[in-house]
Design a protein around this ligand. Structure first.
Ligand SMILES: [Zn+2]
Length: 405
């Protein structure tokens, strides 16, 4: 068992679960199993806390789906939520019992979370942002359509200037957001913006973070460009998402302030591939190649400067359910140790979400979110891609003891 805190593994471990919580955990010899307890013997596996993906887009079609680009004008409004049901199931079955959803249309993330909570469909715990907030014509807007066809405002996350930005934050919170997502710089997949360019001014970012903080919400900043990263960090965001063109100075600022980096290397790998095979064309392909290469380097700079790192995949850009490949990329591209990668996807994710009292490690009092992998992930990190047991809140969804769902 690896408990998620960075403590050394325990052999022959046992976890005692009552209702939805862990009540005891440790070596089998040290844990008192209550009389009459139902025993699930998983045999030769490594137990881990349920994985946490801090950067997903659980709603809608995934990149590479030929209909994804025009979904905003061609799909029925409810289609994205229905796709989200299948996406949530795949994510949970891959061992991700908690996700942060950093941008979804129509507040479909809220509806999906409600359906999961009500027990209608299986899925992970969700910390939701509602709409991502960004400038007119920026990464979080819908671009490339004739003027007037898609006209978005603060309620939909398109907001310019402190007044509109505060209104946008308030509307997301009113609608159920427990985290705020901001687009600080351009992006790879958006039409017509440069990937590195800063989109919000410092004053705008500051207004957004102030409003979110006042309402008790953290801010996740989509930021690729070197300057945009630093402006967002100075404005007080809790995490830099992607962080592709991070430099030494930016990394030192992040380490000093405790800002997390969520590198999303799987997204870098995926968009690189789509640029090479022609799914992405023109400017989007150029941006994909530049960001993919930079992202590998950025994570190394962050590690060298002791920046806290949380695992995120940008699932939606990559297929839902393949999320655990990020553990391997963190080791092979980012230079994290296998233990550091496992912590990034468990306890560090929980800290970033502000949910470390509930999830992120195997400890008494926490939700019984437990996964198992064959073999030893410290010897081969890729075994995280072969999760063979999933328990969330004391309910077994996969492996021995699972109810058919
Ligand atoms: Zn994203």
């Amino acid at each position: 068992m690896i408990d998620g805190t960075g403590s050394p593994p325990i052999t022959n471990a046992a976890v005692v679960v009552t209702d939805d919580r862990i009540v005891a955990v440790g070596s089998a010899a040290s844990v008192a199993v209550p009389a009459g307890a139902r025993v699930i013997d998983l045999g030769d596996v490594t137990l881990l806390p349920g994985f946490i993906d801090a950067h997903t887009h659980i709603i809608g079609r995934t990149l590479g789906d030929p209909l994804a680009d025009l979904a905003v004008v061609k799909d029925y409004a409810s289609y994205g939520a229905i796709a989200g049901v299948a996406n949530a199931r795949s994510t949970l079955m891959a061992g991700f019992t908690t996700i942060r959803v950093v941008g979804a249309p129509n507040f479909d993330d809220m509806a999906l979370r409600q359906a999961i909570t009500d027990g209608r469909v299986p899925g992970p715990r969700m910390e939701n942002a509602g709409h991502a907030i960004g400038i007119t014509g920026g990464h979080c807007d819908e671009n490339g359509f004739r003027p007037g066809l898609i006209q978005l405002g603060p309620a939909d996350g398109v907001a310019d200037g402190p007044e509109q930005i505060r209104a946008a934050v308030r509307y997301q919170v009113k609608s159920g957001a427990d985290v705020i997502k901001m687009c600080a710089t351009g992006g790879v997949l958006s039409e017509g913006d440069a990937v590195g360019v800063t989109q919000y001014t410092y004053e705008e970012m500051k207004a957004l973070v102030d409003e979110a903080t006042k309402l008790g919400r953290k801010v996740a900043a989509h930021a690729h460009g070197t300057e945009g990263i630093k402006i967002a960090v100075r404005a007080g965001v809790s995490s830099i998402e992607h962080g592709s063109f991070l430099d030494e100075e930016g990394a030192r600022m992040m380490a000093q302030r405790g800002t997390f980096l969520v590198p999303t290397m799987m997204a870098g790998e995926a968009v690189e591939l789509f640029a090479k095979n022609g799914v992405l064309k023109g400017l989007r392909a150029e941006k994909a190649l530049a960001a993919g290469a930079a992202m590998r380097n950025a994570t190394k700079i962050a590690v060298a400067n002791h920046v806290q790192i949380a695992l995120g995949t940008d699932a939606g850009v990559i297929p839902h359910g393949t999320n655990a490949r990020e553990f391997g990329l963190m080791v092979e591209w980012g230079g994290l140790t296998p233990m550091a990668a496992l912590m990034a996807g468990t306890m560090n994710g929980a800290k970033l979400l502000g949910w470390d009292a509930r999830v992120g490690s195997l400890a008494p009092g926490k939700f019984a979110d437990i996964v198992a992998v064959p073999g030893n992930p410290l010897a081969d990190i890729h075994v995280t891609e072969r999760v063979n047991f999933v328990m969330k809140g004391g309910v077994v969804y996969k492996g021995p003891g699972a109810e058919p769902r």
